[in-house]
Design a protein around this ligand. Structure first.
Ligand SMILES: [Zn+2]
Length: 441
């Protein structure tokens, strides 16, 4: 009996994560993501309007052709980032099977499906609470709590008669996550005790030698920066990932501590916050204003402009996205102007690709030309670096190690770590999208 591992996206690249695991000829799909930099490279690209073929051709979504005639039993989603769920609207309809995920992940999937224009996926959405398991045929799918930069992230342990495969692409060990849960070490230890045949482990930050700071530490950094930026008469703007509810909560709380009223502006901020609020995952004060529609955004910005020192403007634009609120402010397209001495805090690092890098540089140049004072990188990653990855491997002790979710240079760096941990070379596998690894259970 063999276990098959078929990566369809996310290997040798960052984005469009999708992997199929095969047990005795029955398959489970883990994640269906998009590759945003490929899509952004095409001006005016509207993913909802594009066909599956078009998107595969521009390397925007995984090519799942090799799976179409196989016995696929479930689509399982690890978390709600678009590089893990963004292709559900394009691909899931071809499989008449349920989609499993944690409540927030599925809430965000509903949004992806609503935005879809070319297909109407009708897959049943089945909620799995973090820490719970579901049976699909004779495969048990266990959702293990993992800390990451979006709430309700899970590792997926697929248990079968032929062995357990653990999918662990996005996680960090965070002793002070502020919201949500810590990565469940006890559960990982138990897996190790029962034996893990193979683990797919994300390598995106493996080149970072120091431990990834906690969200608690980021809140302290933000507090310092916001106090520094908040001089009399000056505006304070903060931008971060719209999906990072924990970070947004820190910024909202710190704004009140400064005696300023936080307001959240931008369509994606509204979408993610609404999803988290609907599920009671965050307790924003009821009077907190979160606006995404153009009229509401304009009205609120006019109000902030009149009384700049009374507000903290939390907005989209951390990667310099041209249609974001911050870019439109810098372009003079909104009724709020940057003035000399206003503080602009980027609570995010630049996701390294040429489009983001040039967008962000352009945005910063404009903001500075208007007198804005820029504070960069008030941020910590949601991914384990080398230290966290080593701890993970020492805890789980998978028999086979498959680095995933990164460019080839970083997959190789994880293999170097594997060698240091005395993995035999035959038990480490540098796979490519479209390949198939067969392991004996
Ligand atoms: Zn992620």
């Amino acid at each position: 009996m063999t276990v098959e591992i078929l990566p369809l996206g996310g290997l040798g690249e960052v984005g469009k994560n999708m992997t199929a695991l095969g047990f005795d000829g029955k398959y489970v799909i883990i994640d269906m993501g998009v590759r945003l930099d490929s899509i952004m490279a095409f001006e005016d690209a509207e993913i909802g309007e594009m066909s599956r073929e078009e998107l595969i051709n521009i390397n925007g979504i995984p090519d799942d052709s090799s799976l179409r005639n196989r016995r696929v039993r479930a689509i399982v989603l690890t978390h709600g980032h678009l590089d893990h769920i963004g292709a559900v609207g394009k691909l899931a309809h071809a499989y008449d099977i349920p989609i499993y995920g944690t409540p927030l992940t599925l809430e965000l999937v509903k949004h992806v499906i609503r935005e879809e224009r070319t297909f109407k996926p009708k897959n049943e959405l089945r909620t799995v609470m973090p820490g719970d398991s579901v049976e699909v045929d004779d495969i048990e799918l266990e959702f293990i709590p993992a800390a990451h930069s979006i709430l309700q992230t899970a590792f997926i342990a697929a248990h079968s008669a032929d062995g357990t495969v653990l999918f662990a692409s996005d996680f960090k060990f965070d002793e002070e996550p502020l919201l949500g849960y810590k990565t469940d070490r006890a559960c990982l230890k138990k897996l190790a005790k029962d034996g893990v045949l193979a683990a797919l482990v994300g390598a995106i930050r493996i080149d970072e030698p120091s431990p990834t700071p906690s969200e608690g530490h980021v809140k302290e950094m933000l507090q310092e920066t916001m106090i520094e930026a908040s001089s009399a008469g000056k505006a304070v703007l903060v931008t971060t990932f719209s999906s990072h509810i924990t970070r947004l909560k820190s910024i909202v709380d710190l704004s009140f501590e400064l005696g300023r009223t936080p307001v959240l502006i931008g369509r994606s901020l509204r979408n993610y916050c609404t999803a988290a609020l609907n599920l009671d995952l965050v307790d924003f004060p009821p009077e907190l204003r979160i606006h995404g529609r153009p009229n509401a955004v304009h009205n609120l910005l006019r109000e902030v402009e009149k009384s700049r020192e009374d507000y903290v403007l939390i907005c989209t634009g951390h990667q310099g996205e041209p249609t974001s609120v911050l870019s439109r402010i810098a372009n003079g397209q909104l009724p709020f102007k940057i003035k000399r001495g206003d503080g602009v805090i980027f609570s995010a690092s630049v996701i390294p690709n040429p489009i983001n890098e040039s967008n962000r540089e352009l945005l910063e140049t404009k903001l500075q030309a208007q007198g804005g004072s820029i504070h960069r990188d008030v941020h910590a990653s949601g991914h384990a670096g080398r230290v966290g990855t080593k701890e993970f491997l020492e805890l789980v002790k998978p028999e086979h190690l498959i680095p995933c979710h990164s460019t080839m240079d970083k997959l190789r760096l994880m293999a170097d770590l594997g060698r240091e941990l005395e993995y035999p070379s035959g038990n480490m596998h540098l796979l490519r999208n479209g390949s198939c690894l067969r392991l004996s259970g």
